[in-house]
Write a protein that binds this ligand. Sequence first.
Ligand SMILES: [Zn+2]
Length: 246
Amino acid sequence: MSARSCWIVSFAVVACLELPGCRPESFPVPGSFRRVPATHRPGVVPDLPAPRRPSAPPLQIPRTTLNPWKPKVPERDWKYIVIHHTGTSQGSVAGIDAVHRKRKDKRGHHWLGIGYDFVIGNGRGMGDGEIEATFRWRKQIQGAHAGVRKYNEYGIGIALVGNFDKTRPTAAQLRAVKRLVGTLKAAYGIGSDHVLGHSDVRATDCPGRNFPLADVSSSRRLPAFVDRRPVPQPVRFVGLRGRFQR
Ligand SMILES: [Zn+2]
């Protein structure tokens, strides 16, 4: 570039800077060489960031709400749920207990009592859909229902009163067994594939050809009542101004 051309270009640049409206928004302010954000210029109200709100405290759900059948003693390492029917048209925990006490194990010892952990009534002998836990569940001792040691020791035995080769469980029984199975699965981390019919572990007709095992084994815990009131947070001192904050 010749000296004359250089002078012409320099003059054009200076003239452009002095003309109003020619300076681009992002051009440095002469003297400061610092870009001024649009929101910091006079007459421009900046957008203030939204005040930060403390996140909601975690909900505290009592375990008893999630598992109303939680025993008061340390629990066994449950891995299975085994479903039975009583094979009778009526029955109760007391009646089954009396029958099972007469049975003997392989060593000739009488059973301690009813072999199941839970019984669900059908309205004849117990309430329709009534769930009753037995002494085995309350004391968390091994069951006597599966006929296979592994499933007696690690399987929760649930019996529904009825003969489901001939009839079907009542609607109340089905609701009850789904609620119980869903709760126990969640409480002890038992998968649907470990919810078994008695005939899955031993050659037997129990719990009957009309029992909807697939439907029951996929049960999930029903939504429990949850106390949504905020949990009180400890008061803590912030700063020297004497302000207290929750
Ligand atoms: Zn059975």
